[in-house]
Design a protein around this ligand. Structure first.
Ligand SMILES: C[S@@+](CC[C@H](N)C(=O)[O-])C[C@H]1O[C@@H](n2cnc3c(N)ncnc32)[C@H](O)[C@@H]1O
Length: 338
């Protein structure tokens, strides 16, 4: 019988959970006595906790489809210790100190207010419990490009670009990447110094990764740079101190809007060519709003940006030159009537 969520995906996340817990010296025997809160997600990550033997798993996501899928999986597999609910992390009422592990992967930077999100994760975690968060790293080329793209994408409805990409034969996974980057309502890139100061203010101690200093602006890095993707900021934290008033705590934190990647790029001499090319493209995109032609140009531009320019190892100089050439090519495509 076909499963509502693929087992291979759940297994893959089990491996991630396992290796991360090993990295923080976690005692796996304790997991069966623990309750885990998975904040946001398609269901795979929450099911991986259940598969690893967590005592109780709670999953919250904004999307009813995700919750329906995970519930269908649990019904089919007779899983009784996982509850999934539709809810907004920034609004849902969950018990203070109700969970031993609070985990949120790929969600924190998409919250309307990440500082409030962190304060709520901290409130829900027990003292001596664990929190995992990750966020997109500000000051890197990839998110600079994405934030430019989000401005262009405001001129094309999502349904139009999806249709165009399907007609171009783009694999669904690649369409998914694009939609996430273009249309997710919030994308607040994070800065190491901001989030680490917020952790300290929230009474959270960094367990992993070991101390390091990232460059504030880093357009040279290659994506993906495994095993630790340098375009993500990722932490396992231990909660040492309880703050019951999450909103009050959030007011004292700094990660509300994240990093202005475009302002950072303006300070880079090598970024001037891509910034100027972007400025040449914007009025043409505005004039071509909601046309198939603009959707085709943006889809091609994004695929080349994502898979050729930002993935390859090259200097920041070269990266911006190539990106500027792609932006100018897109502008020529919009000017050209053919
Ligand atoms: C990129 S996915 C995370 C991937 C995830 N770790 C998994 O299990 O596959 C982001 C998820 O966060 C959810 N989300 C975004 N904002 C949210 C919010 N305010 N409250 C709850 N869920 C949210 C989305 O619905 C989406 O499922």
């Amino acid at each position: 019988m076909k499963r509502p969520i693929a087992d291979a995906g759940i297994e893959m996340v089990c491996d991630t959970h396992r290796s991360q817990l090993i990295a923080i010296g976690f005692d796996f025997d304790r997991l069966r006595h623990m309750s885990v809160l998975e904040c946001g997600g398609t269901g795979r990550d929450a099911l991986a906790w259940q598969r690893l033997g967590a005592g109780q798993v709670t999953h919250v996501d904004l999307a009813p489809d995700n919750v329906a899928r995970i519930k269908a999986y649990c019904d089919q597999q007779n899983i009784r210790n996982l509850r999934s609910m539709v809810g907004d992390i920034l609004a849902i009422d969950l018990p203070a100190q109700g969970f031993d592990i609070v985990r949120s992967r790929g969600v924190w930077h998409h919250l309307a207010d990440p500082a409030l999100g962190l304060a709520r994760y901290a409130r829900w975690c027990k003292v001596s419990g664990y929190i995992h968060v990750n966020a997109y790293r500000g000051g890197v080329f990839f998110y600079y490009g994405n934030k430019l793209f989000r401005q262009l994408a405001s001129h094309v409805d999502m349904a139009l670009i999806v249709r165009v990409m399907r007609e171009m034969g783009t694999p669904e996974g690649r369409i998914g990447c694009l939609l996430d980057d273009f249309y997710v309502p919030f994308m607040h890139t994070a800065d190491q110094s901001i989030v680490e100061a917020d952790f300290a203010a929230a009474g959270l101690t960094v367990l992993w990764p070991p101390a390091r200093a990232w460059k504030a602006v880093d357009h040279d890095i290659r994506y993906p740079d495994m095993p630790e993707k340098t375009e993500h900021i990722q932490y396992w934290l231990r909660k040492d101190k309880h703050h019951d008033d999450a909103a009050g705590l959030a007011a004292r934190l700094a990660y509300h809007q994240g990093v202005d990647d475009i302002a950072l790029a303006r300070q880079l001499p090598e970024a001037q060519c891509s910034l100027a090319a972007f400025e040449r493209l914007v009025p043409l995109a505005r004039a071509a709003a909601q046309t198939e032609k603009l959707a085709v140009v943006l889809a091609r531009l994004y695929l080349a940006f994502h898979f050729d320019v930002s993935v390859m190892a090259m200097s920041a100089d070269e990266r911006h030159r190539r990106f500027a050439a792609l932006l100018d090519e897109a502008a020529a495509g919009l000017r050209n009537d053919g």
